[in-house]
Design a protein around this ligand. Structure first.
Ligand SMILES: Cc1ncc(COP(=O)(O)O)c(C=O)c1O
Length: 455
């Protein structure tokens, strides 16, 4: 497992920067402090975005295959117009009668299976998971939470305490149990469902014996921070049944896979053929405007709402709703998920071609336009694979293409382009990966060693 919490980052002295960039980084460090890290060995600076592209101050375009928040593309003109139009009328909260709030809530729940028919708005994915945990604990009367071994669910105290991905220095809750996933554990696909269910059942037994009980199985249905583990579809179902038998709820964290990214479905949990009790939303919901939600079955949500006082100053405000409404309209009108499916197939075929021609790609995992591309060569140890992934990410960055890394060992490329990407973008990306593997391979003749200085 990687001990570096963000391997793909700027480290002073590793790259030659312009005096202007050095000065900005010094001021930034001085005022923002240690919590903020810059991505890539040579940080990027963008002043404009449009569709699939980001532009630096010199006008150099970068192909964005990483940012999943602007899933309709950067600075979508219709989304921006809806946001500006509402900002010019009124920005108010959910305590006033507002037809658009109700219209949007109805349209949103209509995209879910019929059992899921309530929505509460939030501002971020972290807040969605925080609220979902409160509801699950309230409804079940239990405290325990089961998560995947390298899960990330957000920044609040409660969700950081169930996010092992944050590293050893961040205290986990005594009520959380981490389970191994079949893919990273090397379990064959035919045995994946049984393995997952056995992991969940063992966690339930442990939680019960300690008098904690299980409130929820909380999972990102594409397991993005675990390295993107998507197959076989349905492998989580037995574990979900086990949690329900024990009185717990399924919380599907759709912050990453939701809103059509998997291509075949609007929501990641649908690939697995399960219907959650609570679903948490964020990132792409406002294409950049901070809006999220908890969507769920009426029984736990009404029990919580009727008993606990819940109010939220900004969530569900009129500007956020107008923006999210425009996003959903465009997503449905322009058949964005279908595009994600088609482009995902094209990208997979392209990367498979590269893997056949060049060494360096060990496995390709994807659902729609969310890819984990496992880097490495036979015989390479985990540190070598991680160094190689980092070298490829930074070679791509130098070539004007954005991706990053994921997984417990941070040795897989995390590839998540905006969902509007077209064949020309996919083909350009595949060509860039080919180039990056050649560049990095040539430099690393004699062993994959992370360079200490950019050329
Ligand atoms: C799966 C998952 N859940 C929750 C969050 C937290 O969302 P936010 O950063 O909007 O609070 C993230 C953020 O990366 C995420 O990937």
């Amino acid at each position: 497992m990687s001990t570096d919490l963000m391997p793909n980052r700027y480290r002073p002295g590793e790259a030659t920067l312009s005096p202007r960039e050095e000065a900005l980084i010094a001021r930034r460090d001085n005022v923002l402090g240690a919590s903020y890290r810059l991505q890539y060995r040579r940080p990027v600076h963008f002043i404009r975005g449009e569709g699939m592209w980001l532009y630096d101050p010199d006008g150099r375009p970068y192909l964005d295959f990483y940012n999943n928040v602007p899933s309709l593309g950067h600075c979508h003109p219709e989304v921006n117009a809806a946001m500006a139009d509402q900002a010019g009328r009124i920005s108010a909260n959910t305590r006033y009668l507002e037809p658009r709030l109700v219209d949007y809530a109805e349209r949103l729940v209509a995209t879910f299976p019929s059992e899921i028919n309530r929505v509460v708005f939030t501002c971020t994915g972290s807040e969605s998971n925080d609220l979902a945990l409160r509801i699950a604990r309230f409804a079940s009367g239990n405290e325990g939470v089961i998560v995947s071994g390298h899960a990330y669910h957000g920044t609040s105290a409660a969700v950081a305490a169930v996010s092992p991905n944050l590293g050893d220095a961040v205290m986990l809750s005594p009520n959380v149990r981490m389970i191994a996933l079949p893919g990273p554990a090397g379990v064959p696909q035919a045995e994946a469902a049984a393995f997952f269910e056995a992991q969940v059942r063992a966690a339930i037994v442990d939680l019960k014996r300690r008098g904690i009980g299980v409130a929820a199985l909380l999972i990102d249905t594409i397991f993005s921070s675990d390295g993107v583990w998507v197959d076989p579809p349905g492998f989580i179902a037995g574990g979900v049944d086990a949690v329900r038998e024990a009185g717990g709820l399924l919380i599907a964290d759709e912050v990453q896979p939701g809103f059509g990214r998997t291509g075949s479905h609007m929501w990641g949990f649908e690939r697995h053929g399960v219907v959650p009790d609570l679903v948490t939303l964020g990132k792409p919901m406002g294409n950049g405007f901070p809006i999220g939600a908890v969507v769920g079955r009426h029984a736990p949500m009404d029990r919580f709402g009727n008993t606990a006082r819940y109010s939220n100053t900004f969530a569900g405000n009129t500007i956020g709703i107008a923006t999210a409404d425009a996003v959903l309209t465009i997503l449905q009108r322009d058949k964005i998920a279908q595009n994600a499916l088609a482009m995902g197939l094209r990208l997979r075929a392209g990367l498979e071609d590269v893997a056949r021609q060049q060494s360096g790609i060990q496995a390709i995992r994807n659902a729609g336009l969310f890819f984990g591309v496992q880097m490495g060569r036979d015989g390479m140890d985990p540190a070598g694979r991680r160094a190689m992934a980092l070298d490829v990410v930074n070679a791509l960055r130098d070539d004007g293409v954005l991706v990053s890394t994921t997984g417990a060992n941070e040795d897989a490329l995390k590839v998540r382009p905006p969902l509007i990407c077209q064949a020309e973008h996919v083909d350009a990306f595949v060509t860039a990966v080919k180039r990056a593997l050649t560049t990095v391979g040539a430099r690393a003749a004699g062993g994959w060693v992370t360079r200490t200085r950019q050329p």
